[in-house]
Design a protein around this ligand. Sequence first.
Ligand code: CIR
Length: 249
Amino acid sequence: MGRALVRAPGPRLAEGLVTHADRRPVDVALAARQHAAYTAALRSAGWRVSSVAAADDQPDAVFIEDALIVCGDLAVLGRSGAEVRRGELPGAERAARDLGLRIERIEAPGTLDGGDVLAVGDTVYVGRGDRTNEEGICQLARLLGGRRVVPVDVRGCLHLKSAMTALPDGGLIGLPEHVDTSVLPCMRVVREPAGAHVVVLGPDHVLMAASAPRTAASLAADGLRVTSVDISEFEALDGCVTCLSVLVP
Ligand code: CIR
């Protein structure tokens, strides 16, 4: 197994952006414990965990997936459509350099959040919505060279990976009402919003949020090993299991 980059939640977490959830108070101490349990789950699945330097003035910095897209030996620094999140980049860049990755970046007027980037085999689906624009997708496609990049319109949720992710066999799983399915292969439809969020930990092992128990049971019945973690304090800020780490296989 490879390396997992995570960044611990900072003291201003409760001020994080909320676009789709109803804002409610966030328990920062509970969030820290949940983050530690999330990190422990990665470790026990065999991932070596590296901590990205804290960015305590950046409430949403814990959602490290949005700042950094890793593909082979290439790290692409995103440029969020939410301007207030752009201060998260320096620490993410240092972490990528420490891993010896080649660094590229999305430049203005392009915008791109890593939460919109879903790689499945040689295909990279990229959500087009509030955080990622056409120019950002075109820049990413150029940087990724030979890989097939498929833009996917996203509606009613924050990112592409808020709506869909992929199982270990590459099959898509998610909520078709939030994406333009006409450009996608068929998708395993879930009924729980958090059931759309799967992190592939190994060939038959996935990580999911505890808030998707029925989806977890259905995947387990199909023979997958499912580890569930409670991430309620991150879900309160429109976060999900994917956005709390960057996996570098
Ligand atoms: C935001 O709105 O930017 C953060 N509060 C949540 C980001 C979640 N990121 C993700 O799902 N990739």
